[in-house]
Design a protein around this ligand. Structure first.
Ligand SMILES: Nc1ncnc2c1ncn2[C@@H]1O[C@H](COP(=O)(O)OP(=O)(O)OP(=O)(O)O)[C@@H](O)[C@H]1O
Ligand SMILES: [Mg+2]
Length: 223
C-alpha cells in the first residue's frame, strides 16, 4: 500500500535549508491502522503531505498504491488523490454550504451520476453519525460535529487510504473519543488509516502500530 525508501525532505527558506524528514524508510500494508507521532516539528505533516502528493521528496522514493508519487503526471496525481481521504485538525468546511452540500460537492466535482449522490452522501453521514445534521450549516455545528462532517467528506469517495492529521486536536476528551471510534469504524470497513498526533496520551489509548519521528528521523516503529 505504502512504501518509503530512504526518504528525505528539505525545505529551502531563503538561503536556509530546513530538514523536515531524513532517511525515512517504512512500509504500511493495506488495512493497517498506523499512528504517526513525534513532537511538534518532527515531520508528521510533511510525511503525510508526501503521501497524497501535496509535495515530493528531496531524496528517496515514495510509493503509494503502487505508484511512485514523484513521477506521476497531473492526471495521475488527481487519480491518486481520489483514492485518498484527508482530514485535518480544522474541519475546513465551506461555510456557505450545508453539511449535505459540503459532502455532495466532492461527488459533483467527480461527475458522479446525480441519482447516486444522495444515497452516497447519506451513507457517509450515517457512518460518521451525523445524518440528522445534514441540513445544518458549519457555523451551527459543534467542533465534534464539524469534524464528523469533515470525515464524511473524506470518505464519501470510498478512499482506500485515510490520512488524518491531528484530527482531534481541537476537541475535548469526549468528542475525541467519539471521533476515534468513527475512524476505527472506517478502518473496519477496509480503509487503511494513518493518524498523526503529537499527543502521547492518545497514542497510548489507541494501542496500534506506532511510528515515531524525532527531528525528521524515524526513531521507533513498534506495536
Ligand atoms: N513548507 C515549509 N517550509 C519550510 N519549512 C517547513 C515547511 N513545512 C514544514 N517545515 C518544517 O519542517 C519541519 C517539520 O514540520 P512538520 O509540519 O512536518 O512537523 P509536525 O510533526 O507535523 O509538527 P506539528 O506537531 O507541530 O504539526 C519543521 O521544522 C517545520 O518548520
Ligand atoms: Mg503537523
Amino acid at each position: 500500500m505504502i512504501e518509503l525508501h530512504r526518504v528525505s525532505k528539505v525545505f529551502s527558506v531563503g538561503p536556509v535549508k530546513v530538514p523536515a524528514l531524513s532517511d525515512v524508510s517504512l512500509r504500511i500494508a493495506k488495512g493497517e491502522f498506523v499512528v504517526l507521532t513525534g513532537a511538534s516539528g518532527a515531520g508528521k505533516t510533511t510525511l503525510l503531505r508526501l503521501l497524497y502528493r501535496d509535495d515530493v521528496p528531496s531524496e528517496g522514493e515514495v510509493q503509494v498504491l503502487g505508484e511512485d508519487v514523484a513521477s506521476l503526471r497531473r492526471s495521475e496525481v488527481a487519480a491518486l488523490r481520489r483514492s485518498i481521504g484527508v482530514v485535518f485538525q480544522d474541519a475546513k468546511l465551506l461555510p456557505a454550504r450545508t453539511v449535505y452540500e459540503n459532502v455532495a460537492f466532492v461527488l459533483r466535482v467527480l461527475g458522479t451520476p446525480k441519482r447516486e449522490i444522495t444515497p452516497r452522501v447519506f451513507d457517509a453521514l450515517r457512518t460518521v453519525g451525523i445524518s440528522a445534521r445534514a441540513q445544518a450549516y458549519p457555523a451551527q455545528l459543534s467542533q465534534g460535529e464539524a469534524q464528523r462532517a469533515s470525515l464524511a467528506r473524506a470518505i464519501v469517495r470510498q478512499p482506500s487510504l485515510l490520512l488524518a492529521d491531528e484530527p482531534t486536536g481541537n476537541l475535548d476528551d469526549a468528542m475525541e473519543a467519539e471521533i476515534i471510534d468513527v475512524i476505527k469504524d472506517i478502518r473496519a470497513g477496509g480503509t487503511t488509516v494513518i493518524l498523526a498526533t503529537h499527543q502521547s496520551r492518545l497514542v497510548r489509548a489507541l494501542r496500534r502500530r506506532t511510528i515515531t519521528l524525532d527531528g525528521g528521523y524515524l526513531l521507533k516503529d513498534e506495536g
